[in-house]
Design a protein around this ligand. Sequence first.
Ligand code: NAP
Length: 487
Amino acid sequence: MTAHTDTTTAEELENILAAADAASADWAQRTAAERAGALVAIADALDAAAPELVPVAQEETNLPTARLNGELKRTTFQLRLFAEMLADGGYLDARIDHGDAAWPMGARPDIRRVLEPLGPVLVFAASNFPFAFSVLGGDTCSALAAGCSVVVKVHSGHPRLSAAVGRIATDALREAGAPEGLLALVYGTQGGRDALLDPRIKAGAFTGSIPGGRALFDLANSRPEPIPFYGELGSVNPVFVTEAAAAARGPEIVSEFVASFTMGAGQFCTKPGILLVPEASSMVAELSEASRPAPAMLLNERIQSGYTASLEELLKHDAVAPLGGTEDILAFPPAPALSVTTASALLADPEGLITECFGPSALVASYQSEEELLAVARILDGQLTATIQGEDTDAVAPELVRVLAGKAGRVLWNQWPTGVSVTYAQQHGGPYPATTAPTSTSVGTASISRFLRPVAYQGLPAHLLPGALRDENPLGIPQRVNGALAI
Ligand code: NAP
C-alpha cells in the first residue's frame, strides 16, 4: 500500500490496479468464513487503534471527539454485522430449477442462479463521515464482504486519517491471510478519475456532492465498458407537519427539528433541510424564538465556503427572509440559520428554493391548506428521506405517504431522518439526484447486492457447480428449489 499521502503517481496507480485485479480473483474464491474472519480482524484492529485514530480525525475534520468515537463504533459494528451475514448465505439468492419435461411453456432445462462478486470496486470516500463513509466505511465493507477487492480514492479532507486506517486494515488483512493488494488507497483527484476509467475497475461507489457525483457517474458511463456507479449525492429531506400535528405538538416538533437540522453542524446528507408548517399555526413564531446550539466549526474550508455561498444565494431570493437571529450565520464558524418562505413560493420556484444547503441551515415554508402540502410533495425531486409529522386521524396522511414513497428512499412518521441505523431493512438511497442508482442502498446489509452479479449455470454436472448451487447444499445456505424457499 502507498504509505504517503501525496498524489498517487501513474506508476503507483498501475501497481495498485494490477494488484487489486489479482487479489479480486483470489478473494472471490475464498470461503464465507475466510471473508468474515478478515472483516472481524479489521474491526478488532480499528477498535484497538481508537486512541491513535480519533485525535487525527478530530484534527482533520473539526468533529467532536465523542461523535468520532461513536462513528468508529458504528464502523466496526458494521464490519462485524456483514461478517455475520456472510455465514447466513441468504445474500447469494441461490436458485435451483431442476429440469422439467412437463414445464407448461415447453421442457425446461436444469438451470441454477447465484450472485457472484463483480470484481475490483473503486470507492470515493466521503468528507462528512471520516470513519463510517470513508476508507473502511459501508462501501468498502460491503464490497469486501461480497468478495471484491477495493481501491479507495481518499477524500482530500482527511488524508492522514485515511492513511492510518488503510495501514491498520491492510496489516489486519495480511494477518488474516487475505491476498496482498485486496485494499489500496489512491490520493489525488486525477488519480480517482484515472482509476475509474481503468478497465480493471468493475464498479464505482461515491458519497458527496451532486456535481462531483454526476461528473464521475458520467465518466463511468463514458467508458468503452460502462460500469455501475453507485453515487449517493444530495438531498433536502423535507418534513411535512400536518395541521393536526402542529396543533397537538407544535413546540415539541420545533425543538426536535432544531436538534435534528443542527446535529453535526448540519453536515449530514439526511439533514432535514425544509420544514413545511401550517400558516394558521404558531410554529413559525415558535421557530423564530427557539434557542439554537452554539456555532460549530465545519469540516473544512471547502465545505465552509460552499455553505456560505449557498446560504447567501438563498437569502437573496425575493421570497425568502431570515427567521430569528441572523448574527454570525455567515461567520466562521457559522451560527445555525433558519430562513422562512411560503409553500406557494416553493411551488413557483422549486429549483431556486428546494436545494441542499450543506451545513447548519434550514428553510421553513408555511402552507395554507393540506392540498398545498400535497402539491409540494408532488413536485419534489428524488430524496434520501421524506418525513411526516402527523396524527393517526390525519385525512391527508395516506395520500402523502403514497406520494412521498414515490419520491424518497425512506419515509418516516413522527421521527427524524438524521440518523441512519445500520440494519437489515435499512434503505439509504432514492431516485436521482439523491442517488445515481435508485434500485440499491448504500447503508445496511442489503448494500452488498451492489457488488454482486447474477450468473446462471445451465446443464452443468454437479462437480462443476459452485457449492451454493449443489443439491446436497454443502454450504447449508437458503436455496430456492423449484420456486420454493428451502432454509
Ligand atoms: P465532493 O466535492 O463531491 O467530493 C467527493 C469526492 O469526489 C472527493 O474525493 C473528490 O475529490 C471527488 N470528486 C469530486 N468531483 C470530482 C470530479 N469532477 N472529478 C474527480 N473527482 C471528483 O464532495 P465533498 O468535498 O465531500 O463535499 C462537498 C459537498 O458535497 C457538500 O457541500 C455537500 O453538498 C455534499 N456532500 C454530500 C454528502 C452526502 O452524504 N450526500 C456527504 C458529504 C458532502 P477531491 O477530494 O480530490 O476533490
